[in-house]
Design a protein around this ligand. Structure first.
Ligand SMILES: Nc1ncnc2c1ncn2[C@@H]1O[C@H](COP(=O)(O)OP(=O)(O)OP(=O)(O)O)[C@@H](O)[C@H]1O
Length: 665
């Protein structure tokens, strides 16, 4: 049916070119006027004030009670005498690069800016200088890279040579950060081969299970290219896998490297810390900004404290390496509590006023009048792309698990005959999830539809385009989502589909991340498409559930993106009638559901819904699918989060919800 779609996109390309000199938010004051002007010039009708919250910096936490975020486990360790070295909050000050630092962090931070004239570092030179062992040299050489990437060139030496620095490294998506920390770790293992041979010497933490497993595969690549290195074993410890089996592997292999998600790592440290983790030399935080957000941060502090306390050499012995494509002022401030060394190198491969998004991504923005139109626009875009290119490979991000399921269901019917359409989110059982990742990595073509669980770090080769239907769960994830394309020196495209009430997100992106999306298009609804779409919706309950999950998600990011609740939430609710091609039709909700949404006393609610006092609904509320995070547990505690630490609790919630669950997993 969607073959009949004609995408009425009115191009306003180059509309933002008048904004050439936008400098970082950290240097200039907010310039919403700029943006407004540019949009009006572009002939769009979405350039107006959006009634935003002025205090956007406090946005993410605003409205939620984080007082409870130090969970029971953390307190228990404090009572047990673990060294709680959390630093008191200090007023941030600015360094010469206008990035804010905590005073203590600033005092020990050595900024290593991007230097275009820096001498090239190669693996041959490292070998000559005896900074890379010949076994490791052979393994990397066999991978056939043209050379080391800038971040690898800048980090390997200081990590190998220096014993007294922590390191923070920022480099764009897809530029080889994984090897930038794995190579020096392997070199360190070679250098210290005879010491504490059967102990974990490097702990690598990642925010998602899939990323941890991917890092483990990268370690195996190093092994595979030189079997001599296989003696430096690695084991992954991630949620959703069998704990006992993991421990059997730990006992059998006695790994020097552990790659873990925070929850499972804490469980293992609790039970077997003494046995394996007394001689850790390095801890690495991949996607460090994510791991240091409220929620994860408490877990990371706890991990850091336990590792320090266990350490047989000294409580300050462990060096910390933080890596990410998005490291803003927040990270330097937050990292202080988990860093041990008196000096920290901040190795930057991104210029201070340069956007963190990869420059090889051709970014587009499609704006619809209504949220429902976004769906048509996205589907049509995909259909056209598949028609034009039978080897099309793309990732489509959506905000919630239910929306991912809903869109996958539609797309499987629409384009599933032409290419594989895969659904990927945290509600999928881990074994299946791991296989999905493997499959999509191998596919030459296909579309992966996923939540933000796939936004960070995942390396799927040859993704030509990233699509976003709706906004990401956090601002930085825009950069990470689009970074799934244009990896390893290649080029790529990205398109975000949003409705005009979501435009404050784009404004926030410009102001806080200095990202200007140059290609701007308007989407105009086509009635015929709407009619056909409606005829294909066979379960209005499913649609209603999906939209409720979206309303719930958008409520959680209102402050961060400066959305206007009174406009955006009714807009989302109205999608129900629009998608059924009966605009007067409203979703029916029970009071209980309204309470869960926090809308029970909101006058807007009566305009959005048919409120039925006795009605019961699917209790299996959606997760927004951002993993293992205490902030999500607290922030969204009414919803069934995908959470490895509390899997029992959540599975109980799940079974309670089964009665109403019309989807199944
Ligand atoms: N020196 C190199 N030259 C070319 N490709 C490389 C090099 N080093 C690593 N790669 C490849 O680049 C791809 C991206 O690497 P990696 O996943 O480490 O990127 P990243 O910077 O961590 O990205 P993200 O920010 O998304 O996590 C991988 O396929 C990796 O094998």
């Amino acid at each position: 049916m969607l073959g009949l779609y004609r995408l009425p996109l009115r191009a306003t390309k180059g509309s933002a070119t008048t904004i050439t000199n936008i400098v970082s938010r950290l240097v200039l004051p907010r310039t919403s006027f700029f943006h407004t002007t540019a949009l009006v010039q572009a002939g769009s009708n979405y350039g107006r004030s959006f009634g935003r919250n002025n205090d956007r910096r406090s946005g993410r936490t605003g409205g939620y009670n984080f007082n409870n975020t130090t969970g029971a486990r953390y307190n228990r360790h404090k009572r047990d005498g673990y060294n709680n070295n959390r630093k008191p909050f200090r007023k941030p000050i600015r360094d010469e690069n206008e990035i804010e630092f905590d005073e203590t962090t600033l005092a020990k931070l050595v900024h290593v800016p991007k230097d275009a004239a820096a001498e090239e570092v190669t693996i041959d030179k490292l070998l000559e200088e005896k900074l890379m062992d010949k076994m490791l040299h052979k393994s990397i050489a066999r991978m056939g890279f043209d050379g080391l990437t800038p971040v690898q060139q800048k980090t390997i030496k200081p990590i190998v040579m220096d014993t007294e620095n922590d390191v923070i490294a920022r480099a764009k998506t897809g530029t080889g950060k994984t090897f930038a920390f794995l190579i020096p770790i392997f070199q360190h293992l070679i250098n210290t081969e005879k010491d504490s041979q059967y102990m974990v010497k490097a702990v690598i933490v990642a925010p998602t299970r899939d990323l941890a497993l991917q890092i483990e595969s990268e370690v195996k690549k190093i092994h595979k290219n030189n079997y001599g290195l296989k003696k430096f074993e690695a084991v992954s410890l991630v949620g959703g896998t069998n704990f006992d089996m993991s421990m059997r592997r730990m006992n059998k292999l006695r790994p020097n490297i552990v790659i873990a998600t925070p929850g499972r790592l804490l469980d293992v440290l609790d039970k077997f810390g003494n046995k394996f983790f007394k001689y850790v030399d390095f801890k690495v935080l991949d996607e460090a900004d994510r791991l240091l957000e409220i929620g994860f941060k408490e877990d990371l502090e706890e991990i850091s404290n336990i590792l320090n306390d266990l350490n047989g050499k000294s409580p300050e012995h462990i060096r910390t390496l933080l890596f990410s494509a998005t490291l803003d002022e927040k990270v330097q401030r937050l990292s202080n509590s988990i860093m041990n060394k008196t000096s920290c190198l901040f190795i930057d491969t991104v210029d201070k006023n340069e956007p963190e998004a990869h420059e090889k991504i051709d970014q587009s923005l499609v704006v619809s009048e209504k949220f429902s139109d976004n769906i048509y626009a996205t589907i049509q875009h995909l259909k056209t792309a598949v028609e034009e290119n039978s080897d099309y490979k793309a990732i489509l991000f959506t905000p919630t698990v239910k929306f991912t399921k809903f869109i996958s269901h539609i797309l499987k019917r629409e384009i599933g005959r032409e290419l594989p359409v895969l659904e990927f989110h945290g509600k999928i059982e881990q074994r299946r999830r791991t296989n999905l990742v493997k499959e999509f990595k191998q596919h030459q073509k296909g579309v992966l539809i996923c939540t933000d669980v796939g936004a960070r770090g995942m390396d799927f080769p040859n993704v030509a385009e990233v699509l976003q239907l709706g906004v990401p769960s956090e601002l930085a994830n825009y950069i990470h989502r689009i970074g799934r394309t244009a990896r390893s020196g290649k080029e790529g495209k990205s398109t975000i589909f949003i409705c005009k009430d979501e435009l404050p997100f784009i404004e926030t992106l410009e102001e806080r991340k200095n990202i200007i999306i140059k290609n701007k298009l308007d989407y105009k609804r086509n009635e015929k498409i709407a009619e056909e779409f409606a005829s294909k919706i066979d379960d209005s309950y499913e649609l209603s559930d999906t939209l409720m999950s979206l309303i719930s998600f958008y409520r959680s990011v209102v402050k961060e993106y400066g959305f206007n609740t009174r406009k955006l939430l009714p807009q989302l609710a109205a999608s129900y009638g629009e998608l059924l091609n009966d605009p007067q039709e409203k979703m029916s909700v029970g009071r209980h559901q309204l309470e869960r949404l926090g809308l029970s006393n909101n006058p807007v609610a009566s305009k959005m819904f048919n409120i039925e006092s006795n009605r019961r609904f699917n209790d299996d509320e959606d997760s927004f699918d951002v993993e293992n995070n205490r902030s999500n547990r607290n922030r969204r505690n009414n919803y069934n989060n995908d959470n490895e630490q509390n899997s029992n609790r959540y599975s109980r919630n799940n079974s309670r919800g089964q009665r109403f669950n019309r989807f199944g997993n």
